[in-house]
Design a protein around this ligand. Sequence first.
Ligand code: GSH
Length: 298
Amino acid sequence: MVALLLRGFEPDSGLTAIANKRSRDVEKRSSTDLKLYALGPSICSQRARLIIEEKGLSYDEHTVDFSRSENLEPWYLDINPRGVVPSITENGQSLFDSYTIMLYVNNQFIGPELTPDDDAAYEKMIDYMKRADHFPVRDFAFRFSLQDDQEMDDADMWRLFMHDNVVAAREKRPELKHIYDKKIEDYNSMEKTATSEEDMAALEADCNKVMDELDAALGKHKWIVGDDFSLADISWMPIFTRLSMMGIPVYGEDMRPNINRFILQWLERPTWASAVEGHYMDMVDQMERMKVQLGKNT
Ligand SMILES: N[C@@H](CCC(=O)N[C@@H](CS)C(=O)NCC(=O)O)C(=O)O
């Protein structure tokens, strides 16, 4: 029934073009029926939830149940043809990709302005957002999960589980093979990178370089591109914290102290509790179901 109701959304129907406009050139309005499709603490979901909440907008959230392959169902692929989170829908239109969602929500709606007016600062913000978007957190997560001496191997289980589910979906709906095949290819490439010493050393070097750059930027002003909070800050915070949670610390009192201060500033923002911390447990049931399916009952 839900599938029938949602069919007809037009993914990306011109909204990306609006997202890419400068905020000052877009007339602001209030939101009406904004809906977020997300998965708890996933980095990209955090970004989409954070922009909506930082703007002070009301919204409904639907937790996409990956453990039941909801992301692979036709109704969700109508909204997000990549079968990933996050996506937003409003008034019969949908938009995906956290980078685009952040720009769009900031541009469209009444609320605090989260992009700098100054052209040079704006370009810098876009550059930092794109680099955050391409940052290979997944590869670090899978690499970490492959180490023998750590217990939290959830990331690799997650990859295997997702892979199996896409294969099953492809058998069930061969007409969507073109979408499922791309996902299978993606999961396979992830495994290759995580098991290659060379690839991981290169990723680590890139990671250190960008972290040093961000620490230096934060040594000059309160937030990443200036003294005002911006979309660049929303883009990077989930990466800093996720790497730390995975045992790859990139900041601390004695290590990149400016990023450390940035995180302490973040903890003061009300959206930390509502859009980040409050969603850490959203995946517990899904992880349990995944372990049962993989025969790894705890
Ligand atoms: N560039 C996209 C990436 C979306 C993405 O990969 N989302 C992850 C969660 S952070 C996901 O849904 N992964 C599941 C999968 O790869 O099948 C964005 O920023 O929205």
